[in-house]
Design a protein around this ligand. Sequence first.
Ligand SMILES: NC(=O)c1ccc[n+]([C@@H]2O[C@H](COP(=O)([O-])OP(=O)(O)OC[C@H]3O[C@@H](n4cnc5c(N)ncnc54)[C@H](O)[C@@H]3O)[C@@H](O)[C@H]2O)c1
Length: 258
Amino acid sequence: MKHINTVFELNGKKAIVTGGARGLCYSIAEGLHDAGAEIVLIDINRENLVNAAEALGKEGPKVHYVVGDLSKLDELHNVYQEALEKLGGRVDILLNGAGLQYRCKAEDFPLDKWKLILDINLSAVFVLAQLAGRTMLKQGSGRIINVASMTSFFGSEMVPAYTASKGGVMQITKALSNEWAGRGVNVNAIAPGYMETALTADMKEKNPAQYEEITNRIPARRWGKPEDLQGIAVFLASDASNYISGAIIPVDGGYLGK
Ligand SMILES: NC(=O)c1ccc[n+]([C@@H]2O[C@H](COP(=O)([O-])OP(=O)(O)OC[C@H]3O[C@@H](n4cnc5c(N)ncnc54)[C@H](O)[C@@H]3O)[C@@H](O)[C@H]2O)c1
């Protein structure tokens, strides 16, 4: 066991971060990189991706990127292989963070949006975990960190596909952990609370009453910031969490406790 002061270090570790071109997962990638990890960012948005890789890679370990549409499940094998090659054939950390949201009354919710959200938020999470899991099981070690949500725990409103996908993320986190934790691969999830990002900006604009109601309900009295997720991500990626697997960890300013 390393000394407690060094147990959070990720020096020499290699990480894949999906959805890392902006928002929460960019911030998580920044945290992992600051802790010492070499990173491959995967995202659909080329422009943001190039800018993100450039900004992160200014100093410290290398930062690479792979452009990929995670809704195209048949292409995930190639996307993963490209990322793995950039890391020299080893991956220690997979952060499954890319996600999409669509708000609509349940009775009007379009089936194409339902399928798209389930593909990106749940099926791609499983397929990438499976691909990285195979590499990690061969290595005998690895960390898979999925990004869940408050809607993993409750249903919310106007987001039936998102809720279904994030409930699924919570459950596959436990299912994969059950099979892999004994073989060196820990699988956990971070469940962010209400966070200020582009994904939630429309709620602030379109439904200010709901925004206000949520803010008042959060014991910390504020929405989360992307950097609020860095500590937990580094913790779950590091030796400090060696005996933690199958956990869904809320980072929510106390929201779920109320
Ligand atoms: N913002 C919140 O309050 C909140 C709360 C709980 C969970 N989350 C989750 O955190 C994660 C990041 O959310 P965010 O708020 O930073 O959102 P964001 O929209 O800022 O970032 C999402 C990223 O995913 C990428 N992406 C979307 N579709 C993709 C696709 N088909 N292929 C590849 N990449 C794709 C986007 O280009 C973007 O860079 C998501 O999984 C989201 O569900 C967010």
